[in-house]
Design a protein around this ligand. Sequence first.
Ligand SMILES: NC(=O)c1ccc[n+]([C@@H]2O[C@H](COP(=O)([O-])OP(=O)(O)OC[C@H]3O[C@@H](n4cnc5c(N)ncnc54)[C@H](O)[C@@H]3O)[C@@H](O)[C@H]2O)c1
Length: 339
Amino acid sequence: MANTVRLGIIGLGRLGYEHASNIHYLIRGAELHGVCSVDVEELIRAEREFTPSLLTRDYHEMLNASELDGIVIATNSQTHCRIICDAVKAGVRHIFTEKPIGMSMDEIDEIARTVEGSPETILQVGYNHRFDADLMAAKAQVDAGSIGDIVLVRIESRDQAGIEEFIVKFAPTSGGFIADMMTHDYDTARWFTGSEADTIFGVGGVFAYEGLKACNDMDNTAILMQFKNGVMVVITASRNSAYGYHAPMEVFGTKGAISIGTHSYAGRNAYMSSEGITRKCASWFFEYWRDTYRAEVEDFVRCIREHDQPKVGLEDGYKAIQWAIKANEAVKHKKVVTL
Ligand SMILES: NC(=O)c1ccc[n+]([C@@H]2O[C@H](COP(=O)([O-])OP(=O)(O)OC[C@H]3O[C@@H](n4cnc5c(N)ncnc54)[C@H](O)[C@@H]3O)[C@@H](O)[C@H]2O)c1
């Protein structure tokens, strides 16, 4: 491998463009060598901004580019399985894929079979919350025993309210609310507890965007679980937080507790008047998690360079979807499901 890690990106939408910019401008030792999108406007913009050596609408061309050291997949979720499997079969050794890795048990089984048949493949999955500096500091405290044994993990994910038309258009290709949003939180709960869900119960519904009913999807959900090691976990999620993006979390233990992001402040300013004290909220998830998108791809580059295994790999991606399928069942049928 050359000194510089050469990456190709497939998908140049919201996340793809962010990853492309990070690789091009911010990640030392990495080069954005190739870009791919089915959208011509996005390609023109990327060509102007990043002047990549390889520009294509056909992702197979990217997979066959032998000069690449790895690829980043940031296409719509329903394409991930196909592209991951095609990449492994084309001999791509280092793959970073946005979450979720697949949309069904058949898909994640196919990915597992394909990757396991090619042991030299390194697959990193984009559960970016694991690269958040505050979550990492909290996890280090938990591991050091500062709150004793974990009793309860409570995670809330509230996406900023959006325009119904876009939310309803996005839903059918997203894998559904639970797979799309809540697998991040399930992955965080697995990471903190070192365990897996055993018993899952949940409720949810459409409270804000009527059009989601036709897609058989939801906009608000609350899931209660007991993990195999006994820890209780509560995850709630919303697609319509009127005040902005908000993702508080608490880990409660036998000797103390850690709360993370209790209030979702944007910046450090507080405005004081006769009305009281006002602070602005983070406006959307990009603002809140921005540093983690850079950190996860930076670590992908490090793994390529040092022949290391990623922090979030195939097993994590697999477990998250396996859980999402069971959690959907629990919510849709209002019953207790075991994993
Ligand atoms: N980790 C996170 O916080 C986070 C946040 C948002 C989205 N995501 C994930 O990122 C992925 C992309 O989401 P987005 O919001 O950027 O979507 P988007 O619709 O903005 O972008 C999708 C991109 O994929 C391209 N594309 C689709 N099919 C393609 C194909 N066959 N070949 C080449 N290009 C193709 C589109 O042209 C577009 O550039 C999704 O899987 C989503 O779950 C992750």
